[in-house]
Write a protein that binds this ligand. Structure first.
Ligand code: SAH
Length: 258
């Protein structure tokens, strides 16, 4: 596979960016390292002159940037989603160092689409957004001033992807991803979580109006496992069987009342 194809399967997603200059800066940072797939989720001001200025000679990246309304749309066909965070969060999540993030993205991009998600300049990513990720990555920085400019953070993580590529090119193998079945895509995982929640509510294991913490823990559990497509379809089948069983029992109870 050529260098190009691999890089083209790793997308950088910027959520709700306020300053268009940062979008241009990100496009430039990406192109310098060989990346080209930029997704913008509800940018505050875009297209914009300021983005063009900061992009310098990376206008091609900017021109083909994909603008979408939701993070779900941006990650739907990705099998690996990595969220970035400038600080520790309440519920710990599996973490990667920037180096591990580069290596994992590089290796998995041989066979799947990968997303690295960046947050708002002022508030970062919401908990809901972070919970859609398999891993989180934090760039080690001064604990008293840990938040990098977003284009600078994109530069660091894209650099690590380039380093992973160079390490492999030198013949130093990075561990291979040789799973037999493709990993489940983000959209199918979302359908699974919704199905799971529906079944657990019906079983009264969780309350329909207060499912939050349990579903967060279950998301973390299943995201950690990285189910493949076959495993996911088995899980969906099990949930459907449970729902069908409940329906049969309900029907029997109903009939016995008549
Ligand atoms: N106060 C916000 C800062 C957001 S900085 C917060 O606490 O989350 C804007 C974005 O830049 C972040 O959402 C993240 O995508 C990226 N970023 C900034 N500093 C980072 C760091 N040290 N590690 C990883 N990503 C970082």
């Amino acid at each position: 596979m050529s260098e190009h194809q691999n890089f083209n399967r790793i997308r950088i997603i910027m959520v709700n960016t306020s300053h268009p200059g940062n979008i241009g800066g990100a496009a430039r940072a990406m192109k310098n390292m060989g990346l080209s797939q930029l997704y913008l989720v509800e940018p505050k001001e875009y297209p914009a002159e300021k983005a063009v200025w900061r992009a310098a000679s990376a206008l091609d990246v900017l021109d083909k940037a994909v603008v979408v309304d939701t993070l779900d749309e941006a990650i739907a066909d990705c099998s690996l989603v990595i969220g970035t965070s400038a600080r520790e969060r309440r519920i710990p999540w599996p973490m990667l160092t920037p180096r591990e993030c580069g290596e994992r993205s590089w290796v998995e991009s041989q066979s799947a689409d990968i997303a690295i998600v960046f947050g708002r300049e002022d508030r970062g990513l919401t908990n809901d957004e972070l919970q859609k990720c398999h891993y989180h990555v934090h760039i080690p920085s001064n604990p008293d001033y840990s938040s990098l400019n977003i284009a600078a953070a994109i530069q660091v993580l894209c650099y690590e992807i380039r380093m992973a590529h160079l390490t492999e090119k030198e013949g130093k193998a990075i561990s291979y991803d040789d799973w037999d079945v493709p990993r489940a895509k983000s959209q199918d995982l979302e359908y699974f979580y919704n199905h799971f929640e529906e079944a657990l509510c019906k079983l009264e294991f969780i309350e329909a109006d207060n499912p939050r913490q349990t579903m967060t823990r279950l998301r973390r559990l299943f995201n950690r496992i990285r189910m493949d497509e076959m495993e996911l379809s088995i899980m969906r089948g099990i949930l459907t069987s449970i729902q069908n069983y409940i329906r049969r029992v309900e029907k029997r109870i109903e009939q016995s009342k008549k």
